[in-house]
Design a protein around this ligand. Structure first.
Ligand code: PEP
Ligand code: MN
Length: 359
């Protein structure tokens, strides 16, 4: 549930509500909305719900107390109707602009990263990607350059001005990755690694949470809820394809998830057609598709010589292909932008809730 404070509520009244919540062994989480303060009540409420709603409703300065019908609370549009907008260096994610994250699957050398970084920046990328710690299916495959790659990424940021994003695979890596990178990525294999989610929830860096390849939308949002409820509101969601019976593509990109998540949540959504398709020639059409259904941006893998790449050789774009794809994406984004400019009505979300579990 969340408590909507009256516009005229005093600081003391806001504190009074928070201490009543704390007194119940629950956690208050406040959000300054466009017009008023809203305080979510986080924790296991169980059978106390009705009594607690009436108790909080009777406190000074409280306008209404509203239950949140979803299992995800802080990430729901019910709690926060307006979009989350994330700023990192000069990049803005979720404001209606097109966020373009591009770079190699793995950082392989300083030269490889710099050549890619300069080219993607020149072509219009807004964020540089590059894997340092690589989650590889085979233990015998290239595992990434680790901290050496983090240093190259930080140098590439200084060189281009682009914020950098890279994956963190375990809680013990969070501090070092946060020291060098501007955005932390949680990979598909770790979407439900709750100790990792909690750990990235405690650092002052935005987090991009990839959808688990076997996860439902609800499980994905619950994973985001772990990060936000641990104290980090700056979460970007990334649809990177889910596993289906189809084998021509590496995964199946769930395009419907983009508008669906925009309905359910205020968090920005990025699509990753590189890992979704696994095939270079399918990346641009699926990137166009993602932007057309309202994605806030696209993550793509780009390499100066993809065939010689140490990981994901088949899906990385050449520098020229990335430039060509940008030229296709920009007009599509311009065309659909106004369609998605109006915030989604949370009432419509509730009306169309069939199929999602209620808690
Ligand atoms: C990646 O983006 O480097 C990556 C490994 O992606 P995913 O976790 O989606 O497989
Ligand atoms: Mn990859």
């Amino acid at each position: 549930m969340f408590v909507v404070m009256a516009r005229t509520a005093s600081e003391a009244e806001i504190l009074g509500v928070k201490s009543a919540i704390l007194g119940e062994g629950l956690t208050p989480y406040d959000h300054a909305g466009a017009e008023r303060i809203v305080i979510a009540v986080i924790g296991e409420i169980g059978s106390r719900k009705a009594a607690l709603m009436s108790r909080l409703g009777g406190l000074g300065g409280v306008e209404t107390v509203t239950p949140i019908s979803r299992p995800f609370k802080l990430t729901s549009r019910e709690f926060q109707p307006e979009n989350t907008v994330i700023r990192v260096l000069d990049a803005v994610i979720g404001d209606g602009g097109l966020t373009m994250m591009a770079g190699p699957c793995s950082v392989e050398s300083r030269e490889q990263l710099f050549e890619t970084a300069d080219a993607v920046k020149d072509a219009g990328a807004t964020i540089l990607r590059g894997g340092a710690f690589k989650p590889r299916t085979s233990p015998y495959s290239f595992q990434g350059l680790g901290v050496e790659a983090l240093r190259y990424l930080a140098e590439a940021r200084d060189r281009t001005g682009l914020p950098v994003i890279t994956e963190v695979m375990e809680p013990s890596q969070v501090d070092i990755v946060a020291e060098y990178a501007d955005i932390l990525q949680i990979g598909t294999r770790n979407m439900q690694n709750y100790s990792l989610l909690t750990a990235v929830g405690r650092v002052a860096r935005p987090v991009m949470l990839k959808r688990g390849y076997g996860a439902t939308v609800e499980e994905w949002l619950m994973a985001a809820e772990y990060i936000v409820s641990s104290g980090n509101p700056n979460v970007i969601l990334c649809e990177r394809g889910i596993r289906t019976f189809e084998t021509y593509t590496r995964n199946t990109m769930d395009l419907a998830a983009v508008p669906l998540v925009h309905h359910l949540s205020h968090l920005p959504v990025i699509v990753d057609p590189s890992h979704a398709t696994g095939k270079r020639w399918l990346v641009a059409p699926l990137a166009v598709g993602g932007v057309a259904v309202g994605a806030d941006g696209v993550m793509v893998e780009v390499h100066p010589d993809p065939d010689a790449a140490l990981s994901d050789a088949e899906q990385q774009l050449t520098l020229d292909q990335f430039r060509a794809m940008m030229a296709q994406l920009i007009p599509v984004h311009e065309h659909v932008r106004s369609m998605y400019a109006v915030p989604i009505d949370p009432g419509a979300v509730l009306a169309g809730s069939a199929g999602l579990a209620k808690h």
